[in-house]
Design a protein. Sequence first.
Length: 264
Amino acid sequence: MNILISNDDGIAANGIRALTEVLSQKHNVYVIAPDRERSAAGHSLTLHTPLRVEELDEGKNGAKRTWVTTGTPGDCVKIGINAILSKEEQPDFVISGINHGPNLGADILYSGTVSCAMEGAMLGVPSIAVSLASMHMEYEDFQFPARFVASLLDKIKEFQFPKKCILNVNIPKLDADDIAGVTITELGRKMFTDAYEKRVDPRGKVYYWLAGELITEPEDALTDIAAVRNNKISITPVTYEMTRTETMDDLDKVLCSTGTCNWY
């Protein structure tokens, strides 16, 4: 299969390196990644400055071809599919990651990793976001997660991805023997409270530091957060279809009760 890999940690990150090396053993891997870290970039695109793309002389870490861009994670996938990759190189899957740190609960709204995969889904390509649920960033830490992704691809290659949907995968930082299994989950709540600590710098200027505390969930909750805390790999199907269709009729009854909506 043709696999397009990108991330939000940048072209030099250990997660994308390990993933590329493992998947290139069985697949045609193409890498298009930002030139620097773009964590928490969300689903942003470059609009008002030139988007520069440079192909490296050799595909890195076993990839067929590798490009580095000045853009965001979303840029990488969007320009890759629409402008860089040839017809023969178009991806069967887009994989974003392996991220340095978890992407769990409502915090995925800020995630460049998840948004990178969402861009693939928006372009009609089955897409997966993969994160190591740890702040450890050594190359060896990503070896098992990379092998898991390779196994996951073998399992789901016949799975019909719903339109507008990705899989968000979070893997605990454990040896394979210590993983308690794989579980299909829903998104949990936010991982941290929204708390800012007010401080004063040595020059007397006030600044703020985001310093939220960890939110706990019941151990038996069917959420991604609970799964990872129970040493399980979490796989969550996530959609970018944001219309709340069940509310449309109720809203229509309130705003258009007379049969017309010309009350303005």
